[in-house]
Structure formats: structure tokens, C-alpha cells
Design a protein around this ligand. Sequence first.
Ligand SMILES: *[C@@H]1O[C@H](CO)[C@@H](O)[C@H](O)[C@H]1NC(C)=O
Ligand SMILES: *[C@@H]1O[C@H](CO)[C@@H](O)[C@H](O)[C@H]1NC(C)=O
Ligand SMILES: *[C@@H]1O[C@H](CO)[C@@H](O)[C@H](O)[C@H]1NC(C)=O
Length: 347
Amino acid sequence: MLAYLTTIALLAHHVAAQGNMLRFACSQLVVDRVDPIVQPGIPYAAHLHQIVGGNSFNLTMDPANHDLPSLSTCTSCSFKEDFSNYWTAVMFFHHKNGSYIRVPQTGNGGPQGQLDNKGGLDVYYIPSGKVTAFKPGFRMIAGNAANTVDSKVNKQAICNRCWTGTSDTPFVGGAPCSGSDTVDIPADPKCKMIRQTIIFPTCWDGKNLDSPDHQSHVAYSGGYASGGGACPSAFPVKVPQIMYEVMWNVTNFADKSLWPADGTAPFVYSMDIGGPAAHGDYVFGWQGNTLQAAMDNNCNLNADCPKAGIHKQTDAEYNACTKAQMAPETVDGWIKALPLGDKAVKA
Ligand SMILES: *[C@@H]1O[C@H](CO)[C@@H](O)[C@H](O)[C@H]1NC(C)=O
Ligand SMILES: *[C@@H]1O[C@H](CO)[C@@H](O)[C@H](O)[C@H]1NC(C)=O
Ligand SMILES: *[C@@H]1O[C@H](CO)[C@@H](O)[C@H](O)[C@H]1NC(C)=O
């Protein structure tokens, strides 16, 4: 992580106050086949997601009247004031006998501290200079769940990294989505963990809380993990750089003799597609002015920040915030096929 910060500092050399950022754990709220952004109101949506954050998460979250902070009674993310929802696909291991099992997840470690996640993901808000926090109703998507082609993916924003140890201390590798990071999910028995990174656009058009494809109201600056870089003129408002990090623990699936005999991928995301289909969804839901205050006051990592009025919950507190599936089906243990159309069936 130290090397990571150094790289960020180098990438963002033109930015004055680089360094502090929020980095915190979010445990699983629910693993559910719902998608209030792309398929609002539809249970058994196209594919399975893991959702973290405020428990007002619902089948429908109309930006005009779904106020996440007031409708939520808890959040599975570390900061008590953050009722946002964050979601991604989940990863499955495909056994050569045809069955699938969901790959377990854990928090990331490193010099910045181990994040304790019960499933879920790590979230970053990285400011680069003065940033403008998102507005209530704001949402966006990074990546494309239907994409099957590596070359269509912005590899500087969406990638996977093979972790040959079960810990990232000492830290190996450069900035997120650099070096030998790949769009594809690594298929190498040496990998003990696969770290998935999803970096969101950091420039906003300043007008639209959403757009028909949930992407064209925002743009990348070219700075990626640093949040640095100049925004394109049509997207003049610099927002905090959101980054998700998902640590998939593939230790139990390293035995290549169990992998599909036809050479197809041992690891896929929920869509039954590999790395090119990786995507992340975000619905802003911080209470009042707290995110703006956290950015303005250089709040750092996963700690209380009195100047901004944000408070870290205990692991037990955020782990306890869960929600029942709205599209009930089996998502744990061996299943006969991926939950894509019909309900999943136990293997
Ligand atoms: C979720 O939506 C249903 C149906 O509209 C509603 O009855 C319920 O109160 C909502 N839950 C939350 C937490 O907003
Ligand atoms: C990863 O999975 C292995 C095998 O189940 C387990 O022994 C190990 O503790 C897990 N590591 C983490 C960091 O969760
Ligand atoms: C495939 O292997 C797993 C692990 O041994 C087992 O639990 C599952 O039932 C098997 N599936 C089939 C269809 O045989």
C-alpha cells in the first residue's frame, strides 16, 4: 500500500493536498438477484449481485423519493453516516462436474490496516484537490455486465490482480490497474486471492443525477486511482474518486484437476462471463453534508473524523446490518447452474 500511495502521489504530482482518503470496509447486506438501477422493480433480475451499505436498499429506489439516509436504520459499511449502496457481481468457481460455488470474500490488508469485512468489499473515496460531493439521487455504473471482450474494457479502471499470498504484506505491485493487472480473471493455481478493482468516473456533468445508460452523465479524468487529471469540458465537476476493491479468496480452488476439462474458465462473475463483464453500481446516500465535510477536512482512512462529524462503527455493528433477499434463492454452497433465469437449484 505504501508503494500504491507513492504511485498515487506521482500520478497526482500536480495536485496539492494528495494523500488523505477514505478507505473502509463494507460487509454484505445481502446477495440478491435485484438491480434497482438497471432493472428497477424486478425480482430475479438478470444476474446476482452482492450489495453493501444502507438497509433502505430496495427493488425500486426512485431518485425523486427514495431518501437513503432517512429510510435506512443501519449500514453494513464502516461509517455510521454512510447509507449509500454499492454493488457488484459475485464470483463463482466452476467445477469440472458442472456445479458452481460462490467464491468467499475477505477484506484487504496492507500498511494502511486490515479491513474486516464479512463478505462485501472495500470502498475508497479519493479526493484530488477540491472535490464536490455527490447529490441526493445521484447514481452511476462503471463497467458493462454484457461485455465479453477484453479490448472493450478500460483496463486502467477495471481489472483483476493475482495475489500469490493470502496477505498483501509486504505489498507487491503498483497502483491499482497497472502493471501485470489483467481484465480477465486470472486462472492460475498460484493465485491464493484475486483482488478485483473497479474505479468509477471522477468527473460529473454537474446537472444530471443519472442518465439512460447510467454512465453518460460522468466521465473519467485519466487520473484513475489517484482521482487526479483534468476533467473534460462537458464534465467540469470533480467528484470524489470512488474505487471498489473486492478480495476473492480462491485458496480452496487451486487444485487444477477440479477445473473444467474443456479449458473454459474456472472463475466467472455472476453473468457467466469473466473479467470483461465486471461492473460496479453506486447510489449516493451519505447523511446531509457529511461526505463533503469529510473530503474538505481531509478525513483519512477508516477512522472517526470529528471535524466532518463522521464516525466509524465497530466491526460487530456494521456486520450486523443485513437484509433478507427480495428474490429468495440459494446462493451459498454448490449449485447446479448459475442463477441467471430460473431460481438456483442446490447441486
Ligand atoms: C421497499 O419497497 C416496498 C414496496 O414498495 C415498500 O413497501 C418498503 O417499505 C420498501 N422498504 C424500504 C426499506 O424502503
Ligand atoms: C482463504 O481461504 C482459506 C481456505 O478456506 C482460509 O484458510 C483462509 O483463512 C482464507 N483467508 C482469508 C484472508 O480469508
Ligand atoms: C460437484 O462437486 C462438488 C464438490 O465435490 C459436489 O458437492 C457437487 O455435488 C458435484 N456436482 C455434481 C453435479 O456432481
